[in-house]
Design a protein around this ligand. Structure first.
Ligand code: TGC
Ligand code: FAD
Length: 397
């Protein structure tokens, strides 16, 4: 007779291929054996070790859905299972990987010339070159279409642009070698993508100070990007795409990874809360797990994780068949981040005062999941994307 498995209540495993199961198992064991033991200290010290991206590169976990250039070429769902394994440990580790894989490698792969792909993708796949993605600016977050960063033709050097302006809240920027930044061409006012290579940027034209003292995502490194007449050769500009379609196409892939990734963080909260509730006794020696209100918290979070996982697998399959729309991705990104944050906050209550100690891990997930609900389109912004698709009326402005 079928047995109920609280770790996979709706048997999502039955929807996965042999390859996907093997990739997931490999990623889970790397993350539990190599990442889990270092996250507590890294979070305390607000320290991100770039070596992690090299380790992931060795295992073929970077840019994994890309075919060619030394990348693994796995399905969208397999890519999501990798993000889920990483985010089970920490959303910040998943963030560093998502930016490298989906936003920067994905952008170069989709819109870069063959020469740019050959120059950057193989070393990025190995984690030897690290990427950052600069869209958000100090004055323009949810509305990147109003960005102020500009690119103008170099007055002396033919075939070069000069980029000026600032980006903020940029994951990996202080440690990055390859910065995919979005700027408006002075001549046309249209948004274009530029690959800025730190090694080719003269002193004083590119600065990437870290943003310290974050109260979430502390195991990831975040910073700004300041460009002051930074020269970038024309061949580093994406020729194929102009306007917001460029950055948003990269975001579709990263948002997908977050949707399945956050289910890993929620599942880790469920597992921790379940263990705690079975061990901790209150009132006549009963475990907390005996009490109905505690059981409801576990039932709610477990249901959300199971539904969120199934929805993400469905959208991943449609994506590989070319049938997924951006609104589908908005729906699973919004729902899964919201439910993961809500579930983590409620499960935190099971730990009572002990939740306040970082040793229990649950508070770290709660703080991280706030960030996942905020970046790559805050949840209310995704509500408006869905509202526009449902009613035909845009409500942003
Ligand atoms: P809108 O008129 O809706 O669209 C402008 C153009 O873009 C196209 N487009 C898309 N194309 C592909 N995929 C998508 N998902 C697309 N969404 C829009 C659209 O077709 C149009 O093309 P065209 O050719 O007609 O010009 O633009 P809008 O200015 O009204 O946008 C509104 C809104 C709210 C939807 C959008 O601005 C938005 O999504 N805002 C959220 C901003 C955001 O997500 N920022 C993310 C920054 S990166 C980040 O957070 C990384 S964190 C990484 C980590 O650490 O894990
Ligand atoms: P705002 O746009 O100022 O929004 C503030 C609030 O107002 C939100 O709740 C929003 O939903 C709401 N709001 C805004 N407009 C409307 C409206 N029209 N209707 C209703 N409500 C509205 N960006 C990058 O480009 N690259 C990165 O690598 C990156 N990494 C990040 C890492 C971290 C740790 C963090 C915190 C952020 C990162 N971001 C990155 C930036 C992130 O994408 C933005 O913070 C996010 O898009 C929201 O923009 P904002 O912070 O300017 O908020």
């Amino acid at each position: 007779a079928p047995q109920f498995d609280w770790e996979d209540p709706l048997a999502s495993k039955t929807l996965l291929t042999e390859d996907e199961l093997a990739i997931s198992a490999m990623a889970e064991s790397y993350c539990q054996e190599e990442l889990a033991p270092r996250v507590l200290q890294a979070y305390r010290d607000e320290n991100y070790d770039p070596q992690i991206l090299r380790e992931m590169g060795e295992l073929g976990l970077l840019g994994a859905t890309i075919k060619g250039w030394g990348c693994a070429g796995v399905s969208t769902v397999a890519g999501g299972l990798i993000t889920r394994a990483v985010e089970r440990v920490d959303s910040g580790y998943r963030s560093g990987m998502s930016v490298q894989s989906s936003l920067v490698m994905g952008g170069i792969h989709e819109f870069g010339s063959e020469e740019l792909k050959d120059r950057y993708l193989p070393d990025m796949a190995k984690g030897k070159l690290l990427g950052a993605f600069g869209l958000t600016e100090p004055n323009h977050g949810s509305d990147p279409g109003s960005m102020e960063m500009t690119a103008r033709e170099h007055p002396q050097k033919k075939g070069y642009y000069l980029l000026s302006g600032s980006k903020t809240w940029i994951t990996n920027s202080p440690i990055s070698d390859v910065l995919l930044v979005w700027a408006k061409l002075k001549e046309t006012g249209k948004i274009r993508g530029f690959v800025v290579d730190r090694r080719d940027s003269p002193a004083g034209t590119l600065e990437t100070p870290a943003i310290k003292n974050k109260n979430g995502l502390r195991a990831s490194i975040t910073g700004m990007i300041h460009l002051q007449d930074c020269p970038v050769p024309q061949e580093n500009m994406f020729l194929e795409v102009e306007g917001l379609r460029g950055p948003f196409s990269c975001l579709n892939n990263a948002r997908y990874g977050i949707a399945l990734g956050t289910m890993g963080a929620l599942e880790d909260c469920i597992a921790r809360a379940r263990t705690y509730a079975l061990e901790r006794k209150q009132f006549k020696g009963n475990p907390l797990a005996k009490y109905q209100l505690v059981q409801k918290k576990l039932a709610d979070a477990t249901t959300d994780a199971a539904y969120g996982t199934l929805a993400a697998i469905q959208v991943g399959r449609l994506k590989d068949e070319g049938k997924a729309t951006p609104e589908m991705i908005s729906m699973i990104k919004r729902q899964n981040c919201d439910r993961a944050l809500q579930g983590a906050r409620t499960l935190q209550e099971i730990f009572g005062g002990n939740a306040v100690s970082d040793e229990y891990g649950i508070g770290r997930h709660v703080a991280n999941l706030y960030v996942t609900q905020t970046y790559e389109g805050q949840s209310d912004i995704h509500s408006l994307i869905l509202g526009r698709a449902i009613t035909g009326i845009q409500a942003f402005v």
